[in-house]
Write a protein that binds this ligand. Structure first.
Ligand code: NCD
Ligand code: ZN
Length: 343
């Protein structure tokens, strides 16, 4: 039986670090295991301009524990007023690595997102020209569309038209949750990829709703039925270069989650690698773990893979079930099975 796994140091291609006290509390958990992360811009107010991204980057660097080796890869939050010149400048400076599209109202802090996609066409044209990728929160927000169908409908109504209008735009469908999305990504030869979270490889919608409601499993896009989870497992463990890890680790205090109208998001930064090693081992795919966590992402983003390695040992890890923050405790995602890989 394999006793240790050595892989290039992983990166997280979709991460919420928040700001202030929460940033200081959660950042060490990502910086321990990950060399780089694509930092989501959905702060309040959102990170919309290059100047705001530079300031946020400074705050992240200042919050890093001493000796940590972690590089935040900044993104801009796309609005209908985003200035293509500002985007191009921030990209040329090496500050930003993607622009994030949130359909208005789709998820936490997305009120300034896009409603009229024609208005952002000039920015998308410029991004295609300079090779800056678009990250998408792939859900429509129309209230008449069932929440479990919102990702599939987004592909037809929003994503496919954008890709046809901007054929050279590189696009990442983030945190995919359906077989439809995995198939759509496979239908493209180049310029399209997807991130998959740790929790969507583990839970389906029964975990949220059957036998009592479990707010800590509620995130957006919401987990779908079991057939979709299995399709995501196949995509993630296949080694296919179009799929890579974006944890979407999204901390909210228990007070914000355990509400009549609780926040969406699973906090997976502390135990993601232990869970993933087990998922890949259970699926007989440990040889493809490194592709998913450490190779496919940098290749799509045009960055070199990390040169340093991490070794995971077969040993029960000591992950906290929650972490304390000045704002209150944040519950760590519980995969529902015992873990036996320590990073
Ligand atoms: C994220 C958050 O809390 O910022 N929540 C989530 O459920 N994933 C936003 C997001 O990525 O949708
Ligand atoms: Zn997210």
């Amino acid at each position: 039986m394999t006793q240790s796994i050595t892989i290039r140091r992983p990166d997280d291609w979709h991460l919420h670090l928040r700001d202030g006290d929460m940033l200081r509390a959660v950042l060490p958990h990502s910086a321990r295991d990950f060399a780089r992360a694509i930092i989501m811009p959905n702060l309040v107010p959102p990170v919309v301009t290059g100047a705001q991204a530079a300031a946020y980057r400074e705050r992240i660097m200042a919050a890093l524990p001493e000796g940590a080796d972690f590089t935040p890869l900044m993104t801009l939050y796309l609005t209908e007023d985003t200035d293509p010149d500002d985007v191009a400048r921030a990209h040329a400076e090496g500050l930003i690595h993607a622009v994030k599209l949130y359909p208005a109202g789709a998820t936490t802090n997305s009120a300034s997102g896009v409603s009229n996609f024609d208005k952002v066409a000039p920015v998308l044209d410029r991004m295609a020209e300079i090779g800056l990728p678009l990250c998408t929160h792939g859900e429509v927000t129309d209230s008449e569309i069932d929440i479990f169908d919102r990702e599939a409908v987004f592909i037809d109504r929003v994503l496919d038209p954008i890709r046809r209008a901007h054929p050279n735009l590189r696009v990442i469908m983030e945190h995919i949750t359906t077989a439809d999305a995995a198939d759509y990504v496979r239908s493209a030869d180049s310029g399209l990829a997807a991130t998959i979270t740790t929790h969507h490889l583990v839970i389906n919608r029964n975990h949220i709703l059957a036998g009592g409601i479990r707010p800590h499993y509620y995130c957006l896009p919401v987990a779908k039925r079991e057939t979709h989870r299995l399709a995501l497992r196949v995509a993630a463990t296949s080694g296919d270069a179009r799929f890579f890890l974006g944890t979407d680790s999204a901390p909210h205090t228990d007070g914000a989650k355990l509400q009549p109208c609780g926040c969406a998001g699973c906090f997976t930064a502390p135990n993601t690698l232990s869970i993933l090693a087990q998922v890949f081992e259970d699926d007989g795919a440990l040889d493809n773990l490194e592709a998913f966590t450490s190779l496919n992402g940098p290749a799509f983003y045009g960055l070199p893979p990390n040169e340093t390695r991490i070794t995971m040992r077969r040993e029960a890890p000591q992950h906290p079930s929650s972490i304390d923050t000045p704002d209150g405790p944040v519950t760590v995602f519980d995969p529902g099975f015992d873990l036996h890989w320590t990073s």
